[in-house]
Design a protein around this ligand. Structure first.
Ligand code: SF4
Ligand code: SF4
Length: 164
């Protein structure tokens, strides 16, 4: 029997989403997904199907960003499809294409600047002080060796340029 694999499915596999070809569309991932109702226009099972069929424009959709990567779908999938890996691969392809949401960029830029994805502010500082905690939480920026490793990862992945 001839196996039909689209160029897009191969691209997806090269990005870590190879297990998508094992999906037989039982729908369990969508049924169990706690975010499914928020995932529009496609739900997890639909994203798997669109990916299998090479429907790149359909598979790359807003729903990718509603997945919380909770792994419920992976735990329940009878075919061991790594749904999260497929969604992550699709997300990576979007980002590599320079189509990142502005809010996601802000979070990523905060990580580079502060070593933390959530920007601290006066309100949080006051709350922390009230609890007897240092006003600023410790991050990778406070440890010389960890900061050097962090900088290395940022450089090797070209992360700063990606989220600029
Ligand atoms: S649970 Fe697995 S086999 Fe079923 S639709 Fe989802 S990914 Fe496909
Ligand atoms: S990992 Fe994503 S797609 Fe899977 S169940 Fe959780 S939210 Fe849904």
């Amino acid at each position: 029997m001839k196996k039909i694999v689209s160029e897009f499915t191969e691209e997806l596999a090269a990005n870590g989403g190879s297990s998508v070809t094992s999906c037989f569309q039982c729908g369990t991932c969508t049924l169990k997904c706690p975010s499914a109702k928020m995932m529009t226009p496609l739900r997890p099972g639909n994203i798997m199907r669109a990916s299998q069929l090479g429907l790149k424009d359909e598979a790359i959709c807003d729903a990718l960003w509603q997945c919380t990567t909770c792994y419920t779908c992976v735990e329940w999938c009878p075919c061991n499809v790594q749904v999260v890996d497929v969604i992550t691969a699709l997300r990576n392809m979007v980002v590599a294409n320079g189509d990142m949401y502005e809010n996601h960029k802000k979070v990523a830029q905060s990580l580079i600047k502060n070593g933390h994805t959530v920007e601290n502010n006066d309100k949080i500082r006051a709350l922390r002080k009230n609890l007897g905690l240092p006003e600023n939480p410790e991050t990778v920026m406070d440890d010389k060796a960890a900061k050097a490793d962090f900088d290395k990862v940022i450089k090797l992945t070209k992360f700063a340029k990606l989220v600029d």
